[in-house]
Design a binder for this molecule. Structure first.
Ligand code: F0G
Length: 457
């Protein structure tokens, strides 16, 4: 059979709001032209994020009822710990309420002040947590990963030569840990190869630098390795994931992604000292180490989610959905990051709206227009999210200007994808009308969440 179907049937439905263009124009104005300020009731299809927006399975809902809400020693924690250990092989599994809590604790444990932390591309919260602790976040993405139209199987790879150069330049003593993010969210949800993970480990071992994986989307990454990397075709997703983690000393995870749940995260490590410090900080700021700020029912849902995400039928459908949407856009000439990655389609705003220079926020302009046309909410990953200013206040643009259409897991059907494609294609056809934007208010850290913007006439 050629048609790929959703490998589930629907037991509960949630009505989605249908609005008019006039209504949406008012909503956008009220939201300071920042989709983060929009309310759910104003959104028809929400592609802001794939994080915590998963539809849970009937087995997960059943597990929720079976949870043990004990403060300490909950059996729900042990179920969670058991499956995370099975997948990652790490010695200590420390739950947190979400990914950034894991990051905050990790960077406090490693004392990153004035030190360098390399990654393929740091996600915004990872970078934010490093900078908040006065550390320096380095992005060392391979050159192929920076060219949106260039086809390469593992565009998420870290540049191994650059990694070694950086170590030699700053000294291993100034690099308390090094990371890899799988898949590389900020660079298009692009996968990292097993070879790249292995080589990273080799370089870091040579200099005695600990290696941590930001593993939010580890199963999606493992699926790409199975499909694209020689020697992995006959391995299971679990086996591939186990090998990926075997090269690392630890991991942080936002389990709101490949944990197939609505909240949760963890720090995992083989280092007893780091684990001890992390648990101390956890108790002070998050909760006891057998719940880490989560309800124990959340740990139950995660324990089931971690089993379900390893299912290849699920992953084939999941990655297939992204590819389906990407192909529809490509057929209409819409510039996107190619090939499509793991959890969303990323529009290349530089080619989409070449008349809007980075300092006028082309991605934000496109995201607003897509919403205005259709009620589909997307998110800018470009100058609003990562832009900086030099000493004279001039704009420093990031490498890429993107708009991410993140697809929540098990939530939208193929008809929804067709509607999304129609909206984006319409915005693209009328791209000459896309207007420049300016920031009228911004916060000191992670400004994109709360920034207030206006169009420039
Ligand atoms: N690392 C990566 C690669 C992420 O994508 C995220 C979250 C985090 C860390 C932080 O996790 O949100 O649980 O605190 N990404 C979401 C997104 C927010 O929309 O891509 P968190």
């Amino acid at each position: 059979m050629k048609t790929k179907i959703e490998p589930f049937k629907i037991k509960t439905v949630e009505e989605i709001p249908i609005t008019t263009v006039q209504e949406r124009e008012k909503y956008l104005k009220d939201a300071f032209y920042n989709p983060f300020y929009l309310k759910s009731e104003q959104i028809t299809i929400d592609l802001l994020t794939d994080s915590g927006t998963t539809a849970m399975s009937s087995k997960q809902w059943a597990a929720l009822m079976d949870s043990d809400e004990a403060y300490a020693g909950s059996r729900s924690y042990y179920k969670f710990e058991n499956i995370v250990k099975k997948i990652t092989g790490f010695k200590h599994i420390i739950p947190t309420h979400q990914g950034r809590a894991a990051e905050r604790i990790l960077f406090q444990c490693f004392d990153v002040k004035g030190k360098y932390i390399p990654n393929n591309t740091h996600f915004d919260t990872t970078r934010g947590n490093i900078e908040y602790n006065n550390g320096i976040a380095l992005d060392l993405l391979n050159e192929n990963g920076k060219n949106p139209a260039f086809h390469y199987d593992f565009k998420g790879n870290i540049d191994i030569d650059k990694l070694e150069e950086v170590i030699k330049k700053y000294g291993a003593e100034n690099i308390p840990l090094s990371m890899i993010t799988v898949t590389n969210n900020s660079g298009g949800g692009q996968p990292v190869s097993m070879e790249n993970i292995r080589k990273t480990k080799e370089v870091l071992s040579k200099y005695g630098i600990p290696f941590y994986i930001d593993c939010c989307r580890f199963a999606e990454n493992a699926y790409f390795i199975k499909k694209r990397e020689k020697g992995y075709q006959d391995k299971s997703i679990l086996e591939i994931a186990q090998e990926m983690f075997s090269y690392a000393d630890g991991a942080t995870m936002s389990a709101k992604k490949d944990g197939l749940s609505n909240t949760g995260g963890f720090i995992a490590t083989n280092d007893d000292k780091i684990a001890e410090k992390a648990r101390t900080i956890l108790i002070v700021t998050e909760g006891f180490p057998t719940y880490g700020g989560l309800a124990r029912r959340d740990l139950e849902a995660l324990a089931v989610g971690f089993e379900e995400v390893l299912n290849e039928n699920y992953l084939e459908y999941r990655i297939g959905q992204i590819e389906y949407l990407g192909n529809k856009l490509l057929e209409a000439g819409v510039p996107i990051i190619e090939p499509t990655g793991g959890h969303g389609v990323y529009l290349d705003a530089k080619r989409f709206a070449p008349h809007v220079a980075p300092e006028f926020f082309p991605g934000q302009s496109i995201a607003n227009e897509i919403y205005r046309i259709s009620g589909v909410r997307t998110v800018e990953i470009g100058s609003v999210m990562f832009g900086k200013k030099d000493h004279n206040g001039n704009h420093i643009a990031p490498e890429m200007e993107l708009v991410r259409l993140a697809i929540p897991r098990r939530v939208y059907t193929q008809n929804h994808l067709d509607y999304i494609a129609e909206a984006v294609i319409e915005a693209y056809k009328n791209r000459d009308n896309l207007k420049k934007m300016k920031i009228v208010w911004e916060a000191e850290f992670l400004r994109h969440f709360t920034v207030k913007m206006e169009y420039i006439d």
